[in-house]
Design a protein. Structure first.
Length: 205
């Protein structure tokens, strides 16, 4: 796990660990079942930080949490897209689901990775960014179509396949799907964000 992510995750723990929503409240480690303790230990071994963020509500179903964590271990850090384009897809997903915590965590990571602030800010405002690279444009079009239309056009698929290959198309779809899962879980749980977090605007359907 990259040092920036470790530091940021630890900082987030102090903001959220004791303030999870009442719907799916954060389970104190001393109250873990054996299954939850095993899942938490595996999380620590993999991510080098205690359970945090979207994985806190998921701990109510530790098998789902562990499966999600394992999927994320690949899609977040080792996908065929690379870190920069992965972060772009994550921001698009957070915006589509109006998921404030996901945006709060990944906005600074995306900027650090190389996404221009004006591109990220346009996504936050639900505007098509200007000045994207060709790769960013492919990821933007693919991810946006997938979320809004529930499918991807032939032209958009062909561009993505030509640039990233079939594995890249599968991984890009997986990144959008994985962060949709986390966004869904946090939206259902009404997972809180730190007080200094910028909340995404809500737009009419």
């Amino acid at each position: 796990m990259k040092p920036l992510v470790i530091v940021f995750a630890l900082a987030c723990l102090g903001h959220t660990a004791l303030h999870a929503a009442e719907r799916l409240p954060t389970i104190p480690p001393e109250r873990y079942t054996d299954e939850q303790r095993k899942a938490a230990d595996e999380f620590m071994a993999s991510r080098k930080v205690p359970v945090f963020g979207p994985f806190e509500p998921l701990m109510h179903s530790p098998q789902v949490m562990s499966q999600a964590r394992a999927t994320g271990d690949y899609l977040r850090y080792n996908s065929a897209l690379g870190n920069v384009l992965s972060e772009l897809a994550i921001l698009i997903t957070a915006r589509e689901w109006a998921q404030d915590y996901e945006w709060y965590v990944h906005y600074p990571i995306a900027i650090k990775a190389g996404i221009k602030p004006e591109i990220a800010n346009a996504i936050a405002d639900a505007r098509r960014p200007l000045g994207m690279s060709e790769d960013e444009e492919i990821v933007y079009e693919f991810s946006t179509e997938l979320h809004k239309n529930k499918r991807v056009s032939a032209r958009t698929f062909e561009r993505a396949e030509k640039r990233f290959g079939k594995k890249g198309v599968v991984d890009l779809t997986g990144i959008n799907a994985y962060y949709t899962l986390l966004a869904m879980q946090m939206n259902v749980a009404q997972y809180p964000v730190p007080r200094d977090a910028k909340k995404l605007a809500r737009f009419p359907e």
